[in-house]
Ligand binder design. Sequence first.
Ligand SMILES: [Zn+2]
Length: 133
Amino acid sequence: MSETAPFTIEQFYKFMNEGKVMAAKCKKCGTILLPPRPMCIKCHSNELEWTELAKRGKLLTYTIIHVAPPQFQHLIPYAVGIVKLENGLKLPGMIRGIEFEKIKIGMELQIEIEKAQQAQTWPSWPKYYFKPA
Ligand SMILES: [Zn+2]
């Protein structure tokens, strides 16, 4: 199993490439760490395990990006939002597959994972985006 994989962002993206949204979970107090960290932010335990998250959530907030870093320049304008997953976890990401006017706070979105087509230098964000559920 993958439970012993290191609790890093890099590993988070590796799981994504396998089609899974994974977070670190503290075995002691149950806190879920997203992005994953090697130590619990609440009880400082390092007894963690990987847990798979649901790929649906509600849009908390969003913004339309008109000025982007060079690697995303070809995508502008695009929407970026923060989606609240189950367990209250918040995950930021691009919102695609919907017209800007139809984006609404509180709407259900789901995570769509784009697998890396080829070997890329890490990090090669985005590897996931949100689309209407
Ligand atoms: Zn803990």
